[in-house]
Design a protein around this ligand. Structure first.
Ligand SMILES: NC(=O)c1ccc[n+]([C@@H]2O[C@H](COP(=O)([O-])OP(=O)(O)OC[C@H]3O[C@@H](n4cnc5c(N)ncnc54)[C@H](OP(=O)(O)O)[C@@H]3O)[C@@H](O)[C@H]2O)c1
Length: 169
């Protein structure tokens, strides 16, 4: 009896969360355009960033894609325009470089009504399975990782936040 009740409890809990996550989130969607017409996604040409860019476009936003490979940027932007009929803008940037890239990114974002920033870009040391103490050329590599994973978040946020604050007043 105890086992039966436990299984019933577990099933009910999973059912509840299944409904909440997969059903409610499908139907009770916030209109993201209320925050601004554009979303910015870093590392937008593959994986999680590309999925974000596509989902946000599907939900009615125009998308700025910021990433390293210009060719991949064109392909990802064309896909969004074709599938969802949204506007796109691409900005080519290598986030490992550091502070020097941000004036050009700022220029690319100028005059856009940006409501969402997805700070997705990131990298590991050398592949996923490298031990920290075995990193070759460590000084340069550490700087690149910090630039890509941390500086990008702070600098991209600095670029878009003033407009978001202004919009929320
Ligand atoms: N996938 C996972 O299991 C997992 C787990 C934990 C955390 N994450 C984090 O989630 C984020 C996305 O992961 P993902 O697996 O979706 O990555 P991914 O498929 O490898 O895609 C990475 C994206 O970032 C871009 N990118 C990489 N280095 C860049 C650089 N230096 N400058 C500009 N753009 C750069 C890539 O563009 P190019 O192709 O042009 O280089 C690509 O668009 C990363 O921050 C990652 O650390 C992922």
């Amino acid at each position: 009896m105890g086992r039966y009740l436990h299984n019933l409890y577990e099933f009910s809990w999973k059912f509840y969360w299944g409904v909440r996550v997969y059903v409610l989130s499908e139907y009770c969607k916030t209109d993201l355009r209320k925050y601004g017409q554009w979303a910015v996604v870093t590392g937008a040409t593959s994986g999680i960033g590309r999925a974000y860019a596509n989902e946000l476009a599907k939900r009615g936003l125009d998308i700025v894609l910021v990433s390293r490979s210009e060719e991949k940027l064109h392909i990802a932007a064309m896909e969004i325009e074709k599938l969802y009929g949204r506007k796109t803008r691409i900005i080519q940037a290598d986030f490992t470089v550091g502070h020097a890239i941000y004036p050009a990114i700022a220029e690319g974002l100028r005059n856009l009504d940006i409501g969402i920033l997805v700070n997705n870009v990131g990298m590991n040391y050398v592949g996923a399975l490298c031990f920290f103490l075995d990193v070759a050329n460590a000084e340069q590599r550490i700087t690149e990782v910090i630039n890509c994973n941390i500086l990008s978040v702070t600098q991209m946020t600095r670029l878009v936040l003033p407009h978001m604050v202004e919009n929320s007043l």
